[in-house]
Write a protein that binds this ligand. Structure first.
Ligand code: AMP
Ligand code: MG
Length: 528
């Protein structure tokens, strides 16, 4: 991008879909509309804190060419690019299992879209740039700590090879935001920030649910047809979509969601708030809030303090919750199909795909090639071992990849013991581990794969660096004091999560004891 060829945004979404006629920005119910026009707030002291070089390159939007000051103005919403016609999306959703009615972009403002260097359309969206008609009782703003977490994690997920919305930039607003972080009646001023999120579509399951809940079938169909034409072109034939098209589309959404869940389970990502308004119709990871990363392997763990009681969104339950959410989407799309059977078939296929792909993924994590009848048992036995002694999931699979399985073990190798959070587990626990290792070793020897080949393959699916909660928190603590060194270090190292990087051992460590109970490191509140 150069100053002589100004970046031009396009507004296809607003042009093709029904919108809100009210132009004033006040909180309200908005019927029969996909969007409401809304202007971002002005932040005269906005400052660019971080930006994603790989994404900037993909988009052709570069602060080095645009100038940092102007870039900060544009990506805080203070200056609109030519063609920009900002809007907030209307959607609803099921929150924690209950229908919550209208939600919508309460603090997200879409600037418009552009084509990336591959010709793919990408929407630019600011999160935290001020209130919208959908802000309900909240302020439309975001704080630095949660914005930094969203910025780092979106890009980290992308580099892990997992479908996600992305983050172009992190801009400090230069203004403070009041937040009661612990919901204990002690609000404090925190630095404000804005992330520019990027995705081909920010449409959610809840974008369809809201129309069906209100019996607004014309916009329901228009949004479905638009989404199919733009984002599922392989399904859009020459003719207008019909029941068969919608069925094939729903099936595709189920399949993408199944693969997303397998990927989350592979790397130990826990979303934390899998409400239907936080489920992308493209099968992307979306809305990074109180998410967390599994350190000791624990299917019961949820990072979200609001979820601590019911643990609805715990690590091990994510695939079932995704299915529950798909059922809600099926209900929302039913008026387009008017037949339950094909929807049920697609939901069944979700289950089959998930189970099959999950086992294949675990086989890959273990470095096994040939499917074998006993694989499920081998995997289950390993997961049982993890319940006997807290084991760092990420470090364990890396260490396993480096074991020479041809050697005979007489004890549990020190490199595996180093992944435990306890020094001396019971004799029974050690015996269970030893037994598992022996059966694993036999299985590997049976495959007769070269050690180097096995290790290379395992290291491609088992990351060494993930955004551990306490690493993100340390970067936040420093950033709040004005020191961005740790943010930049994580940003860079997480671009190559599968590759060992010299001098970065401190980013591939078990959770330190001090982080076990610290807010932000073990549990996170939704306040953001
Ligand atoms: P979440 O749980 O973060 O996905 O948010 C649920 C709903 O609350 C969405 O409609 C958000 O846009 C809205 N929301 C969350 N935080 C804010 C805020 N600070 N200001 C306005 N709306 C918000
Ligand atoms: Mg959300």
């Amino acid at each position: 991008m150069t100053s002589s060829s100004p970046l031009q945004l396009d507004n296809d979404f607003v042009q093709h879909l029904p919108g809100d006629h009210e132009l004033r920005n006040f909180r309200r119910q908005v019927g029969n509309a996909c969007w409401s026009k809304v202007a971002p707030m002005q932040f005269p002291n906005a400052k660019l804190l971080a930006w994603s070089q790989p994404l900037a390159q993909l988009l052709g939007v570069n602060p080095l060419l645009l100038g940092e000051v102007r870039f900060a103005r544009v990506f805080s919403g203070s200056e609109l690019l030519p063609g920009s016609d900002p809007y907030a999306l209307c959607y609803g959703g099921h929150q924690f299992g209950n229908w919550a009615g209208q939600l919508g972009d309460g603090r997200a403002i879409n600037l418009g879209e552009l084509q990336d260097i591959n010709g793919q359309h990408q929407i630019l969206q600011l999160k935290g740039a001020g209130p919208t008609p959908y802000s309900r009782t909240a302020d439309g703003l975001a704080v630095l700590r949660s914005s930094l977490r969203e910025y780092l994690c979106s890009e980290a997920m992308h580099h892990l090879g997992i479908a996600t919305t992305r983050a172009l930039s992190l801009v400090g607003t230069g203004e403070s935001v009041m937040r009661d972080m612990f919901y204990d009646g002690n609000p404090k001023a925190e630095p404000g920030a804005i992330v520019c999120r990027v995705a081909p579509s920010f449409i959610r399951f809840g974008s369809f649910e809201i129309f069906t809940a209100r019996n607004e079938f014309t916009p329901l169909q228009m949004l479905a047809d638009y989404t199919i034409a733009r984002d599922f072109p392989q399904l859009a034939g020459a003719a207008k979509p019909d029941a068969a098209t919608y069925t094939a589309w729903f099936d595709e959404i189920c399949q993408r969601t199944a693969h997303l869940m397998v990927d989350w389970m592979r790397v130990g990502f826990v979303h934390g708030v899998m409400n239907t308004d936080n489920m992308s119709i493209l099968g992307l990871t979306i809305d990074y809030g109180p998410y967390g990363w599994i350190e000791p392997y624990d299917p019961q763990w949820t990072p979200n303090t609001t979820d601590a009681q019911g643990r609805r969104y715990r690590f091990g339950q994510q695939p079932q919750i995704a299915l529950w959410n798909l059922v809600q989407l099926a209900n929302a799309l039913y008026p387009l199909i008017e037949d339950v059977k094909p929807l049920e078939v697609a939901l069944d296929r979700y289950r089959e795909t998930y189970e099959h792909s999950w086992l294949a993924m675990m086989r890959n994590k273990l470095g096994l090639v040939e499917p074998h009848a006993a694989d499920q048992l081998l995997v289950e036995a390993l997961l049982h071992c993890f319940t006997l002694v807290e084991t760092d999931m990420t470090l364990f699979f890396r260490a396993l990849g480096e074991l020479a399985v041809i050697d005979e073990f007489h004890t549990i190798p020190a490199s595996l013991q180093a992944c435990w959070y306890e020094e001396a587990p019971t004799v029974q626990t050690q015996q269970a581990w030893f037994d598992w290792l022996t059966s694993y070793q036999q299985r590997c020897q049976h495959e007769n794969r070269e050690q180097s080949e096995r290790q290379t393959a395992m290291h491609k699916v088992n990351p060494l660096y993930v955004l551990r909660n306490w690493l993100a928190q340390q970067a936040i603590d420093d950033a709040e004091k004005g020191d961005l060194t740790k943010l930049y270090e994580l940003d860079e190292v997480l671009q190559r999560p599968y590759t060992k990087q010299a001098g970065k051992e401190h980013l591939a460590q078990k959770r330190p004891e001090w982080a076990r109970q610290r807010a932000g490191c073990s549990m996170l509140s939704c306040s953001s």
